[in-house]
Ligand binder design. Sequence first.
Ligand code: T4K
Length: 407
Amino acid sequence: MNKKSVLSDLAILGGYPAFEESLHVGRPNIGNRKKFEERVDDILNRRWLTNAGFYVKEFERRLAELIGVKHCIAMCNATTALEITIRALDLKGEVIVPSFTFIATANALQWQEITPIFCDIDPKTHNIDPRKVEQMITPRTTGIVGVHVWGRPCDINALAEIARRHKLKLIFDAAHAFGCSYGGSMLGSFGNAEIFSFHATKFLNTLEGGAVATNDDSLAVKLRLMKNFGFTEFDKTDYIGVNGKMNEISAAMGLTNLESLNDFVDINYRNYRQYREELSDIEGVNCMGYDEKERCNYQYIILEIDASQTILTRDQLIKLLHAENILARRYFYPGCHRMEPYKSYFPHAGLMLSETGKLTDRVLCLPTGTGVNEAQINSVCQILRFVIENNDAISSKMNTCKESRLG
Ligand code: T4K
């Protein structure tokens, strides 16, 4: 790791990158390899690879126990799980959803010809703003999809009250939120159902995977059938269904990683505390906080960049960091409403989404997780501090080189 003392030390100005090997956002958390390998061996010996196998059943049982929910149905990924849940709940017409989310949340609706109605977020929480949800309800509205962005819960009580008053279904995209709580209860037990992602980059990963958690018995039955083509018995279907099944190797990965969950949280928390401390006095850089009274997975290190103070824009900072092999990411940029097909469908949606627009220009996500150590975090923070201390000089160099790779 190369320390930066003078401007020419910066990789973007000709210096050596701080890291020889790239530092990624989203490096998988991997538990005990030996245990995983043993499970894989066992799966191969059993010759039972998918279709409600031993490991999937065990994984579902462990998930439900951990969340404190009646049913947990493992699936091949969260996008399919969202689609199946939306279908099983018979959502149609219009569904209210934030635009500040991964495109899969909106696509799961539009894929089924349900119109996503994009609602603005609360800039303090980054989650859908319940005060604005009510304004978006029309006679065609059938549901609300809240997203627990960064694992920080939505204002669930307010959303549940709106859903109750307007007789709407309420589901939560909890892709970021495994291992997090709301009012002391684990996420997964709220609304009609909550959907988790176990993609490689998520806090708990099953390589690819997802799950639906619900306390609704009849919904659970329907979900199980729908993720298995709709089969109720051999050669008999009751509903239309798809293939949403989780395979045994994914479940083995999930079970193995569950055993290391506390270690993952400890490391994420340690990284979070270090980032917060080392970045605390940099003007214009706010390292987002978590509510430590709740259970949190601390999986995301989110900076909000106030370019009026940092002078360098969020995108310029990302460029500077990338040159150092620190692969910081924008997140949910530019917002679903500014991506196709929604951009063409709703060209004026942005008028109602001013906070979303501003947030997508501010957010910068830094590397964390079990693959990142203290010295690396120290180096990332040192570089950020150095570039912001020298913002005027760097900004003018970058601005005069707009046409070159610096711009
Ligand atoms: N709702 C929300 C709110 C979501 O965030 C997501 C998924 C979903 C729903 C849908 O869940 P799934 O259907 O995926 O279960 C990623 C993921 O593909 C996606 O799962 C995730 N959200 C989204 C936010 O990010 P990319 O395009 O950023 O992934 P990728 O391949 O660029 O990976 C990001 C970084 O992670 C890489 O720079 C390196 C690192 N990485 C990635 C993988 C896959 C590794 O180090 N190892 C790996 O195996 O989409």
